[in-house]
Design a binder for this molecule. Structure first.
Ligand SMILES: [Zn+2]
Length: 90
């Protein structure tokens, strides 16, 4: 009887341990594939899909997703803020 209980206990511990290890492995793999976005990306190259764009008015570089986009026939023009947008279109 005690042997059976020990067996159950050991298997529960093993499953818990394996889950923890697997969780760490998955977390590590994710971090290796996707670098932490909250970290300072000053020296890191821009991630694919998030291109840096230059504000046409003030020349500030910022991720495309955070810029105001003005599409023309030839090209896309980007502004870092409403103020720059106003200055350019005024
Ligand atoms: Zn600007």
């Amino acid at each position: 009887m005690i042997k059976a209980l020990l067996g159950i206990l050991v298997s529960i511990l093993a499953v818990t341990f394996l889950r923890a290890v697997m969780g760490l492995l998955v977390k590590g793999a994710k971090e290796a594939l996707q670098p932490d976005e909250t970290s300072d990306s000053g020296s890191a190259p821009p991630e694919s899909g998030t291109r840096l764009r230059k504000c046409k008015t003030c020349g500030t570089f910022a991720p495309e997703t955070r810029m105001l986009r003005h599409s023309t026939r030839e090209t896309d023009v980007f502004y870092c803020s409403k103020d720059c947008e106003k200055q350019a279109t005024a």
